[in-house]
Design a protein around this ligand. Structure first.
Ligand code: DGT
Ligand code: CA
Ligand code: CA
Ligand code: ZN
Length: 611
């Protein structure tokens, strides 16, 4: 009961925070004084930082008023509005703003790269009132003709818009993957002879999933029927949308989320073609079909066939290739393109066949990773002792393990005061001295405080083997402040890794929106690695940001941030994301030989020079 009441009350904090944000955004969009909007934004942040439900701060209005006014950032006006909200469920100023400003404009402000000034211009000059209008105006070319809207800005807007549309109402991979694996394994156990694989965006390593796609093959039609039956009768199925010989579609409920799943069924001779087709992406499929036509052939979900005219009898026909995906690439003169790279950005026609082959040869693979440099023990909020962590690392085949517990400001996570840290480091070193098959490193995950300073002084950081510096609070800072904050950490000579740089939670929290190019440039210059936090709820940096890092050639660390044994398994999510960015193994510090890693940890400029 207590938890439930807490949730409801925290909804009050969220609703209030949102109201103040909209007040601020609304004033900016109306072109009013930026002084007033800045003060509303400060209030929104102050509310966001509160841990207690705001309406329970006091027993009566007078006490509530006194306690509110004592909170830094909340002045007299804000207190009045908060009390108004607690009493009436709305704030008159806020209601007025919502009447004057089209609702779609607030959503436009969520598009990275669009500030209030630009949205106001789009609204005033072109009558843009939302995402759909903006898309239309981008296509018409009228946006480019506006002041301060160059070709580059328009390009950025286009891709940001695409991202926004793609992430709406999609299931985070952290929820989709276990469900898909379970469905796959269930089908495999029904028909052990059948081939069953996950396809679609999930196989490509996309971080949010529209629907699940599975492909199965068996030569016996009766076995295929049994597979279909098992699929539509799964306990989690809430609706059967289609149940046929070749395709079944169901809606499932999993962990409070509803998601559709499609299963395609066919002959083993066409399994590779079906798997390829339903893995996508659509753009990659189109590209492959065009290449096939160039060979006077046709490619579809049933295989690769002679002659480029579509024929209805391909289903069940005898293809030139189709049982294995690799045969298709081979027959079309292409190297095998792994699922993570089957996106427009890696179109061989765009990057060139030679460059693509080179990229594939260097592309990171999960089994090249030999080090985890960001993990937690019972010293802070991890579940395992040092000895247990060592056993886990050995069992998982790691050559290097860094234990990086939280720093003192992370109170809820049991962050360590300096004395406790020193004791912990001594315990790690003592244990490490007795190991000959595992390099055990003493580190810390140090909070990057809102102003960019670190949670331990430099002389303490200097005592550690590995320093991961991460932002944990004030994750709604504006872009310029966030960039300055993270740059300060990257430039610190004692910081090796910038941990989960944005602090985002996939599908839930946007996190910081720093200037990624500035971070990459500084990371390159200082030899600091940017983390790809492999926790599927984080995947931070994301694939798009990581691509920028790959282009600049800066160092990347793929770490699990494990708090338990099972979480070491997050590595595969991280590697899939890294592959989507085309990350070469050599740029990933976790693939390095222990000696090279030690050299870099001792002096960051060495790693940068080493390449
Ligand atoms: P999602 O479900 O939105 O996360 O993304 P996907 O890629 O899984 O898309 P989905 O489930 O609609 O379709 C799975 C794959 O099937 C897709 O990646 C490519 C293929 N596919 C589906 N529809 C088409 C189509 O109209 N044309 C082509 N070329 N391929 C298609
Ligand atoms: Ca899908
Ligand atoms: Ca689908
Ligand atoms: Zn962290």
């Amino acid at each position: 009961m207590a938890a439930a009441r807490n949730d409801v009350s925290n909804d009050v904090n969220k609703a209030l925070q949102r109201a103040f944000e909209e007040l601020a955004d609304g004033l900016d969009l109306l072109g009013e004084s930026s002084f007033r909007s800045a003060s509303h934004r400060r209030v929104a942040r102050a509310i966001g930082d509160l841990t207690a439900p705001i309406d329970q701060l006091g027993d009566d209005p007078a006490q509530l008023r006194a306690r509110l006014e004592a909170i830094p950032g909340i002045g007299e006006g804000a207190t009045r509005r908060i009390l108004e909200f607690v009493e009436h469920g709305e704030i008159a100023d806020h209601v007025e703003i919502l009447e004057r400003v089209p609702g779609g404009l607030f959503q436009l402000l969520q598009v990275p790269g669009l500030g209030p000034k630009a949205v106001r211009t789009l609204w005033q000059e072109l009558g843009v009132q939302g995402v759909d209008d903006l898309r239309r105006e981008l296509d018409s070319g009228r946006v480019e003709s506006l002041p301060r809207m160059g070709r580059k800005t328009v390009q950025n807007l286009r891709s940001a818009l695409e991202f926004l549309t793609r992430t709406r109402d999609r299931l985070p991979v952290a929820l989709a993957m276990p469900l898909a694996l379970d469905l796959r394994d269930g089908l495999r156990s029904v028909e052990p002879e059948a081939r069953v694989e996950i396809a679609g965006s999930l196989r490509r390593g996309v971080e949010t999933i529209g629907d699940l796609d599975l492909v199965a093959a068996h030569h016996d039609p009766a076995a295929r029927r049994r597979l279909a039956e098992a699929f539509v009768n799964d306990g989690r199925v809430t609706d059967v949308l289609a149940s046929g010989e070749r395709k079944c579609s169901v809606r499932l409920s999993a962990g409070g989320h509803a998601i559709q799943a499609d299963l395609r069924l066919g002959e083993p001779a066409a399994f590779g073609a079906a798997l390829h087709y339903f893995t996508g992406s659509k753009e990659h499929n189109v590209l492959m079909r065009q290449i096939a036509i160039g060979f006077g052939r046709r490619l579809n979900e049933y295989g690769l066939f002679e002659g480029d005219e579509p024929r209805p009898q391909d289903h069940g026909g005898t293809p030139l290739a189709g049982a294995e995906e690799a045969e298709l690439y081979d027959a079309l003169g292409l190297p095998f393109i792994p699922a993570e790279l089957r996106e427009e950005a890696f179109d061989p026609a765009r990057v060139g066949l030679e460059a693509l082959r080179d990229l594939l040869a260097r592309l990171i693979d999960e089994d090249q990773i030999v080090a985890d440099l960001h993990t937690h023990s019972t010293a802070s909020d991890g579940r395992h002792s040092l000895e247990e962590l060592v056993a886990i690392a050995r069992r998982r085949g790691l050559a290097v393990l860094a234990v990086t517990d939280h720093s003192r400001s992370s109170v809820l996570a049991g962050g360590l005061e300096i004395d406790a840290l020193r004791e912990h480091v001594a315990a790690i070193r003592e244990l490490a001295a007795g190991l000959d098959d595992l390099v055990l490193l003493a580190g810390a995950e140090v909070d990057i405080l809102p102003d960019g300073s670190l949670d331990y002084p430099d002389e303490v950081l200097a005592e550690l083997d590995v320093v991961v510096a991460s932002p944990h609070v004030s994750l709604s800072q504006d872009r310029a402040t966030a960039t300055r904050r993270l740059l300060a950490a990257i430039r610190n000579p004692h910081v090796h890794i910038l941990g989960h740089p944005t602090g985002r939670i996939v599908g839930r929290r946007r996190g910081l929106q720093p200037d990624i190019d500035a971070l990459c440039a500084a990371a390159s210059e200082h030899g600091t690695a940017l983390e790809l936090n492999a926790n599927p709820r984080r995947l931070d940096l994301d694939d798009a940001a990581l691509r920028r890092a790959v282009e600049v050639g800066c160092l990347v660390a793929i770490d699990t941030d494990a708090h338990s044994d099972a979480q070491f398994g997050y590595l595969s999510y991280g590697v899939r994301t890294a592959r989507r960015a085309g990350l070469p193994a050599d740029s990933c510090v976790n693939t390095w030989e222990p000696e090279r890693l030690r050299d870099w940890l001792a002096d960051k400029s060495v790693g940068a020079r080493g390449r």
